[in-house]
Ligand binder design. Structure first.
Ligand SMILES: Nc1ncnc2c1ncn2[C@@H]1O[C@H](COP(=O)(O)OP(=O)(O)OP(=O)(O)O)[C@@H](O)[C@H]1O
Ligand SMILES: [Mg+2]
Length: 176
């Protein structure tokens, strides 16, 4: 079941990575984090931060061409990117992704919409939207938990973030 979502805006790459890192730090159990947003929205930037928060020491690079990369962290980290998945569900079946969704680790999935029906009922959806305002280019990050475990994660995340009073890292109210 989908729970209430939470919104924030970032104005810099480092801040999106910071939010990812804060998420990574608080994860202690397997979870799927699906990331939606146009090309260049900041999904990989977010995952890079999250991997840092999960104590991954290797450099995280986009798995666009290989579809999945694995990293050793506090928990195993699976970074999937379905942008180039052309064979649909059949190709995905052959690649046996299911054992990583989330398996014993944290599965970050970019372009999950390329594989409808892939996601189980419990996951965290992060949507990143690029927009322009008086500060220039900004990103709106929306956290939509599906299931109780993901909802708890979002609640804790929003308590732990160090918000700034200068407007560069803002919590937003839905509909504002
Ligand atoms: N506030 C911000 N948050 C995240 N990235 C930002 C921000 N401002 C600028 N950027 C830039 O936007 C780009 C985001 O690239 P990234 O590879 O993370 O996108 P992506 O969503 O993974 O795209 P793709 O669908 O191609 O994989 C980077 O070049 C980054 O420097
Ligand atoms: Mg990417």
């Amino acid at each position: 079941m989908q729970q209430a979502g939470a919104l924030l805006t970032t104005r810099k790459e480092e801040d999106t990575a910071y939010i990812g890192e804060m998420l990574g730090r608080l994860l202690t159990k397997p979870l799927i984090v699906a990331l939606q947003g146009e090309l260049g929205a900041g999904k990989t930037v977010f995952v890079r931060g999250a991997a840092r928060g999960l104590a991954v020491e290797d450099q995280v690079s986009s798995p666009t061409f290989v579809l999945m990369k694995m990293y050793a962290g506090r928990l195993p980290v699976y970074h999937l990117d379905f942008y180039r998945l052309t064979g649909g569900a059949e190709e995905a079946d052959e690649l046996c992704f299911e054992e990583y969704l989330p398996g014993d680790g944290i599965a970050f999935i970019e372009w999950p919409e390329r594989l409808p029906g892939l996601l189980p009922p419990d996951y965290l959806l992060v949507t990143i939207e690029l927009f322009h305002d008086q500060y220039g280019e900004s990103r709106r990050l929306k956290f939509m938990p599906y299931g109780g475990a993901a909802a708890k994660v979002v609640e804790t995340l929003f308590e732990e973030i160090s918000w700034r009073t200068d407007g560069s890292l803002n919590r937003e109210q839905p509909g504002s």
